[in-house]
Write a protein of this length. Structure first.
Length: 266
């Protein structure tokens, strides 16, 4: 009962934290891009409640699985029981595939296939989405403290790998949906595969993966919705060309986890 309460409270808290900036969003017409490695921007920066349906359903289902699974034989139990019983050989490709969708955006641009935004804009959007994802995933993990299927730790819910993968898949979709929908479909296929391997490798329950997928998608959507405001506040909407802002991104890897750090000089 205590675990159920913590999971439900975590879910409600995340929803509220995401809705606070959403409620303050202005209706925007997009942002102007004048760089030669991007194409014109459409309405992905405009908030719509309909876009909350898919991530909301995934997160709600994940919450239901985690809270009801201890007493009901839902997918958490059915699939988890199969993996635990048969103990298949682990296949750790999910440690790599979680980053593939987001990295594909930069690879496609390097190949000359232009996305919606130039390098600076898309990198800031990805950085914002990464911050939202990391903060929410870790906040819930160490609040809910759900035990992993392999009993290695009590930070199973939600799946961070899956959240990162779906964050990247939505990023790829937003950048290339007007070029070809197949780029986004490929990204979501890889993201789904990442989630499946987290279950296969006995690291996560089904509910963990479902919630992580919804959270990743929502984080990217929130980054796109908020970016026009960030652009106007931090970069003067691109209007002051004489005032330069130096922006640098540095990848890092500690041996256990990696990420992207940002340095900004006005």
């Amino acid at each position: 009962m205590y675990l159920t309460s913590k999971v439900i409270i975590s879910f409600i808290t995340v929803i509220i934290l995401f809705l606070i900036p959403i409620k303050a969003l202005p209706v925007t017409d997009g942002i102007e891009t004048s760089y030669n490695d991007s194409i014109s921007v459409s309405d992905e920066h405009t908030f719509s409640y309909k876009q909350l349906i898919i991530p909301g359903v995934l997160m709600l289902y994940g919450t239901i699985e985690v809270t009801l699974a201890p007493k009901n034989r839902l997918l958490n139990y059915a699939i988890g029981h199969e993996v635990i019983t048969h103990k298949p050989e682990k296949f750790q490709i999910d440690d790599i595939t979680q980053y593939v969708p987001a990295a594909s955006v930069y690879a496609l641009n390097l190949a000359g296939i232009k996305g919606k935004h130039n390098f600076k804009d898309r990198t800031i959007i990805l950085g914002m989405a990464s911050i939202f994802t990391a903060a929410s995933v870790n906040g819930i993990k160490y609040t809910a403290k759900v035990e992993r299927p392999d009993k290695s730790a009590r930070n199973s819910f939600p799946s961070g790998h899956t959240a990162i993968a779906f964050m990247g898949a939505e990023f790829l979709w937003q950048e290339y949906k007007d070029v070809s929908i197949w780029y986004g479909i490929a990204g979501y296929t890889i993201a789904a595969g990442t989630g499946a391997f987290r279950i296969y490798n006995n690291k996560h329950w089904v509910g963990d993966v479902a919630f992580g997928a919804g959270l990743g998608i929502l984080s990217t959507k929130l980054a796109y919705w908020l970016y026009p405001t960030v652009e106007n506040k931090l970069f003067n909407g691109g209007k002051n060309k004489n005032k330069k802002t130096n922006l640098a991104f540095y990848p890092y890897y500690t041996g256990q986890q990696g990420g992207l750090s940002m340095s900004m000089q006005f």
